[in-house]
Design a protein around this ligand. Structure first.
Ligand SMILES: [Zn+2]
Length: 401
């Protein structure tokens, strides 16, 4: 089966190449250039913009409605949430996202398999499975219920001390995690911990990193506060998620060690602007303002230091608003509008930058996996055109258009 995308203006994941034809054979890109060939499917892209399928580098297939995560996990049946998340998968791929890195949610593991086997339409899923959290950590949404209840709800794997962290890491890897997500500081939507509080020690995180490395993968750390982020970076994690309160010193360390940053502006803006309306708990509303203020400065410094920035929405529930599941392109848009990235930098953040974490997608070139989106517009000048996906090819198959 051969597909030809004819004559579009091609952004290859790094730069705009100009008008090119792209020939796809099987799952791979066979040729890029001016081609005199025929194919089974031909897409006329002469007035369109062609780029690698986008990547949401931080997402949660939580399958809940509204921002009340306590209600979602305590009251809703997790099987119903999983079924709802299947509809998210198709919306997301149709929006031009061919890869999603799920940063913590048990649903993502069966969903990944169902998509892979073709039962459900969706993006390629890179899944963390259950995140690792300390006791009284961000992995517990509520700190006033019995600890065992949090474990019973099945979201996070709670572990404390080196031995327990080793076991927890092995357990989630056994469950199918592609990489390990840890909670290295407090967070916004967890009840009583503060974003600036460090969670896990250097020894604990090092032990988890060691377990990840043994099976050829890495650790991603949720971290708002500077101290917790610095401990995590020192212990060898490969990406810092959120990074809202990072100091210049920690960012410098990240640059030296090649650690990526995912600023997650979509969830931040959604909670800040509409939190109350969508049912976010009062502690979440109170904490969001504190972490939001410093973010443009962090992104600016990260950019200056040459840190790889990833576009990740951190969405994990339906909002019914302008920032929502299936509109994951809000993240590269906000990286321009709030983060002051140039359009081309935001496009890289949503495509080729994920290769820093070993994912084999995000680039249009001979021999690469054919994950491609054709846009009716020019996002290099109008970043909001990213919302206009017209054709989507995932692993060589036309899934939209
Ligand atoms: Zn998250």
């Amino acid at each position: 089966m051969r597909t030809l995308i004819r004559g579009g203006t091609v952004f290859d994941g790094f730069d705009v190449l100009g008008k090119r034809d792209i020939l796809i054979e099987g799952e791979l890109i066979k040729e890029v250039g001016t081609l005199d060939v025929r194919a089974d499917i031909e897409i006329d892209a002469r007035d369109l913009f062609v780029m690698p399928g986008m990547v949401d580098a931080h997402f949660h297939f939580g399958g809940s409605k509204g921002g009340d995560l306590v209600k979602a996990t305590l009251v809703e049946d997790s099987k119903v949430r999983l079924l709802r998340a299947t509809t998210w998968a198709s919306k997301i791929v149709e929006a031009g996202f061919t890869t999603v890195r799920d940063c913590g949610e048990p649903n993502a593991i069966p969903l990944r398999q169902a998509v892979k086997e073709g039962w459900i339409k969706g993006p390629n899923i890179i899944a963390a499975g259950r995140p690792l959290s300390q006791t009284f950590g961000h992995g517990e949404f509520l700190h006033t219920i019995p600890l065992e209840w949090n474990e019973y709800l099945g979201f996070a794997q709670i572990c404390d001390g080196k031995e327990s962290c080793i076991q927890a890491a092995r357990r989630v890897l056994r469950e199918g995690s592609d990489f390990i997500k840890i909670m290295a500081t407090g967070g916004v939507l967890s009840q009583r911990d503060r974003p600036e509080w460090p969670q896990f020690t250097h020894e604990e995180i090092s032990a988890i990193v060691h377990e990840a490395k043994k099976v050829g993968t890495y650790v991603a750390a949720h971290a708002h506060g500077d101290e917790g982020a610095r401990i995590a970076v020192g212990a060898g994690v490969k990406s810092i998620e959120h990074g809202s309160l990072l100091s210049e010193q920690t960012l410098k360390m990240m640059a030296e060690k090649g650690v990526a940053l995912t600023p997650t502006l979509s969830i931040q803006e959604l909670i800040y602007k509409h939190g109350k309306q969508i049912g976010v708990s009062e502690w979440g509303l109170e904490k969001i303002a504190q972490i939001r203020e410093n973010v443009p400065k962090v992104i600016d410094t990260a950019k200056r230091f040459g840190i790889t920035i990833l576009a990740g929405t951190d969405l994990g529930f339906e909002s019914g608003l302008e920032i929502d599941v299936g509109k994951n392109y809000t993240e590269p848009i906000l990286l321009v509008e709030i983060g002051a990235l140039k359009e081309i930098e935001a496009l890289r953040a949503a495509t080729s930058n994920i290769r820093k974490l070993g994912a084999k997608t995000g680039v249009i070139a001979k021999g690469e996996v054919a994950d491609i989106v054709v846009i009716d517009g020019d996002p290099t000048t109008q970043i909001r055109d990213l919302s206009k996906a017209k054709f989507v090819v995932k692993r060589g198959k036309l899934v939209k258009g």
